[in-house]
Ligand binder design. Structure first.
Ligand code: VGL
Ligand code: ZN
Length: 195
């Protein structure tokens, strides 16, 4: 039974659904590709409800501080302009979606879609009150974006059937969900939403 009606002042935030985070990519999130279809269903619902659709992307320079080639924790991934940084080819982003690029500076890591971006301003301008967050990785960029959204005063819904974690270290996905719940996020899945 639907419990949440999607309204124009809602925003769907699709986090980092890029080739490098999919199986076969440089920093694969296990089964990351398996949420593309349900994300497309969410896109359809939010489009029909005239809600604001946002896609964040990790958008690193080739020498980014997070890369293990320069002492960081991750293999090089999502380098600006490369195939790995492109969105999954089946992701059905509408033409009017807002694309938010993050972690674009060589010397600074940014997991959250709000960090050093115009996302908060763009949401305010549209009068957005509620964020519905999906994508990868649950334990890094999804979590950081959700927690920042809560701190900034948005009501945050975690689309639990449309997120996947990288689970580095093991168990981090489950801990991330607990942390989001502790901070006030609400967990919903597709059959709880209506147009
Ligand atoms: C991410 C690790 C490094 C993410 C980005 O999108 O969750 N994780 N860069
Ligand atoms: Zn990254």
């Amino acid at each position: 039974m639907a419990k949440v009606k999607v309204r124009p002042f809602d925003s769907l935030i699709i986090v980092d659904m890029q080739n490098d985070f999919m199986p076969g990519g440089a920093l694969p999130v296990p089964k990351g590709d398996e949420i593309v279809n349900v994300i497309n269903e969410y896109i359809s619902i939010f489009s029909k409800s005239n809600a604001f659709i946002v896609a964040t992307r990790d958008w690193h320079p080739p020498n980014h501080v997070s890369f293990n080639t320069v002492g960081g924790p991750w293999p090089p991934h999502c380098i600006q302009g490369t195939w790995g940084a492109e969105f999954h080819p089946s992701l059905a982003l509408p033409a009017n979606a807002l694309i938010v690029s993050k972690a674009t500076r060589p010397d600074k890591e940014a997991y959250s879609g709000f960090e050093d971006t115009d996302l908060n301003m763009a949401l305010r301008r549209r009068g957005v009150k509620r964020l519905f967050i999906c994508g990868v990785a649950t334990d890094y960029c999804v979590k950081a974006t959700a927690l920042d959204g809560i701190r900034l005063g948005f009501q945050v819904f975690l689309l639990i059937d449309a997120v996947k974690g990288v689970n580095i270290p093991p168990g981090s996905e489950e801990r991330a969900v607990d942390e989001m719940l502790d901070e006030g996020a609400v967990i919903v899945s597709i059959n709880e939403l209506s147009i």
